[in-house]
Design a binder for this molecule. Structure first.
Ligand code: AMP
Length: 327
């Protein structure tokens, strides 16, 4: 039997380089490996865990599908669907929540960070985020989850839930493992933390043209370009990470040598990095423009994906109900 894979991205707008390198690249790699059966959703229900605008959410769900298809996710190889079209996820989440301790959820660093970020939006939906994510994965008994390193605490929760459901109710859930990519942590352009949609100035979108990429990089903080030690954190370190991800390790090493010697000219570094990023994004953008004009095709992909995903998820949820005494 093929190993199942599940992943998803929230519908908070067009994807950025962090989503692309940390999640989509891994999704593509597993999709193209015949040993895996891949299911990739737009995590629209997860979008309700932080403040959102109804009309923007409606539009953003489609933006993510377009980004998926443009980046190379292929409905012939993967099941592509909206999370909200498969109500089995939210149903299973409730059953799973019965084996989860409240304090465990409250102490998760990801929960605490989001409460700090949105102090007036500490909702039950936010607290339940990791349980819904576990349900997303376990609904398909998926063993692999291509996501960025920031999701590791949530995967640990999913493994704990799988173990408890197996022990207490005789389920056969696998303990899902993260499938890591080279870009599992894409740093912010601001020099602090990770690239994130919720931090202005931190990200480059997949839809950004060369000038927009140049502008974003222009505001990334730098230093004098020279020193005794190459910085391990901050603006320069983050730029070097992006160089490594888009131009390779040897290019990074060359810059490191320059830093310790004659000095880096950041204007040149940023221009060649902008060109390298654009070279990777340009074909994705060309494909996206074509897809955006074909509404019907995108609608069909999503309708078909929902049908296929639901059929699989329903089997698991029915099994859970029987094992828990509900059927
Ligand atoms: P989110 O937008 O929070 O739903 O994240 C969607 C996916 O993108 C998840 O797999 C994240 O781990 C991944 N991701 C988001 N930001 C980054 C980042 N800066 N570096 C690597 N992966 C990321």
């Amino acid at each position: 039997m093929k190993k199942r894979v599940l992943s998803g991205i929230r519908a908070t707008g067009t994807l950025h380089l962090g989503n692309y390198l940390g999640a989509v690249k891994g999704m593509l790699e597993l999709q193209d490996n015949p040993d895996y059966e891949t299911l990739y959703m737009v995590a629209d229900v997860h979008t309700l865990t932080t403040p959102f605008d109804v009309e923007k959410l409606r539009a953003n769900r489609r933006e993510v599908v377009l980004d998926y298809l443009a980046a190379g996710l292929d409905p012939e190889k993967s099941v592509l669907f909206f999370q909200a079209d498969v109500p089995e996820h939210t149903e299973l989440a409730f059953y799973l929540s019965s084996v989860v301790n409240i304090a465990r959820m409250q102490h998760l660093p990801t929960f605490k960070d989001k409460v700090k970020q949105y102090p007036h939006h500490a909702t039950m939906a936010l607290l339940n985020y990791p349980i819904l994510m576990a349900a997303d994965i376990l609904a398909y008994k998926a063993g692999f989850v291509p996501v960025g390193i920031d999701q590791e605490p949530h995967l640990e929760v999913a493994r704990e839930i799988a173990r408890k459901m197996n022990e207490q109710y005789g389920m056969d859930f696998p303990e899902p493992q993260r499938f890591a990519t080279e870009g599992e942590y894409v740093p912010s352009l601001t020099g602090e933390g990770k690239m994130s949609k919720s931090v202005a100035g931190s990200y480059i979108n997949l839809t950004d043209g060369l000038d927009a990429i140049r502008d974003h990089l222009a505001s990334a903080p730098t230093d004098s370009g020279q020193g005794k030690v190459v910085p391990a954190t901050g603006g320069v370190a983050n730029l070097l990470t992006l160089v490594e991800l888009f131009q390779g390790e040897s290019q990074r090493k060359d810059y490191e040598k320059m830093y310790l010697g004659e000095g880096i000219h950041y204007q040149e570094l940023k221009e060649s990095l902008a060109q390298a990023i654009y070279k990777e994004l340009q074909p994705i953008q060309a494909k996206r423009t074509k897809l955006a004009a074909d509404q019907k095709y995108v609608d069909n992909v999503i309708a078909d994906g929902a049908k296929r995903a639901r059929a699989l998820a329903r089997q698991t949820v029915d099994e859970v109900k029987v094992k828990m005494g509900l059927g």
